[in-house]
Ligand binder design. Sequence first.
Ligand SMILES: NC(=O)c1ccc[n+]([C@@H]2O[C@H](COP(=O)([O-])OP(=O)(O)OC[C@H]3O[C@@H](n4cnc5c(N)ncnc54)[C@H](OP(=O)(O)O)[C@@H]3O)[C@@H](O)[C@H]2O)c1
Length: 393
Amino acid sequence: MASSTPYTVRWGIMATGWIAEMFSKDLLTNPATRDVHDVRHEIVAVASSSAKERADEFITKIDGPSTAKTYGSYHELVADPDVDIVYIATPHSHHFQNAMLALEAGKNVLCEKALTVTASQARKLVDKAREKNLFFMEAVWTRYFPISIKVRELLASGAIGNVYRAVADLSFNNDAPEGKVTFKDSHRMVNIDLAGGALLDLGIYSLTWVFQALYHVQPEKKKESPKVAAAINKYHTGADETTSIIVQFPKHRSQGVALTSLRIGTDVDGHNSGGPAIRIQGSGGEIQVMGPAYRPLQYKVIKKDGGGQVEVVDCPIPKDPTRDWGHGMFWEADECARCLRDGKKESETLPWSESIVIMEVMEEALRQGGVEYPELIATDVFDAQSSLNTGKR
Ligand SMILES: NC(=O)c1ccc[n+]([C@@H]2O[C@H](COP(=O)([O-])OP(=O)(O)OC[C@H]3O[C@@H](n4cnc5c(N)ncnc54)[C@H](OP(=O)(O)O)[C@@H]3O)[C@@H](O)[C@H]2O)c1
């Protein structure tokens, strides 16, 4: 019989940057405002690699609980016995070392996307989670949106027949004069030392939709890793600025096109005047998802024999009126809570194997485009005292 007491997860937040703030504020929203009653979240600790004061400021900024412990190092956070799961919100250059630090310390982990810099790093983290019997998940929040669940259900039910193609774009409109983009060269979006570039930060969402449409729905026994062809234009820092990837699943007769760019935008004018960010095309019709690909709020179903009818479905993100907040990251947190409650080590919505295949696709695309990341962040050898773990910049 289901218990009426919600299962509570105690979170430790690693890093105090932008996405850590968004995620933590979502953790603090009332689950009932999204009609969730079986799980709830607490923030019990926050760590900054630079200073304890930054963690203190973070708690103030998110209007977090005064009982939360604050640390000036990631090592202290992963040693805290009150933390059930660590949310890693550092730049992706740091994910392998930071996630391994937490797993080695016996902590469950939710790690921001892109999971790692290389596929080998991702495989090693998965091996460690398996060895230690811990929960581990890549934080691709979009997969847990009701809109994503609905689109996957429609595809699985044959709403548009056999799915043969998916085209997805997430591009950010950061063009600037003289061949530059609007980010400073030191910013993590273009800084090669922080695994900068469009693909690992944005293109992963285009791949997420391509994979949700063409790979995730493949029956387990018929899973097919794709062939990859990529074109990359590099920025002067060495990071990728515009990347286009074709993934081909020959046995399933399907192809996906994943596009990303820092220079041009999916949303042309900032008012969503452009077309859909995602088009999923099947023998019986098409599903369109209106962007941005990471936080879509509407989809359309167009049937081949629909006589021009278009079904338009809005999927708004609920706000907690008390906090006047709701970004959409709470659904992935709920998934973590349910997996922990049920003793699951990985999420069925984004299994370890799928995160690894996507990392393999991105690695291959970057290889074809000649993008190389420094050894410090590409190594798959764990070093607890690595500068990436000790906060030395
Ligand atoms: N899911 C999403 O929608 C979404 C959106 C944006 C970003 N992300 C992902 O989240 C991660 C962080 O992105 P962000 O936008 O939050 O970045 P950010 O604002 O730059 O924050 C990153 C944080 O990481 C910590 N850090 C540790 N070593 C660092 C170093 N050498 N340089 C810079 N920061 C360092 C810092 O916190 P301390 O000083 O406190 O340790 C910093 O505040 C990335 O992997 C990104 O892909 C996800």
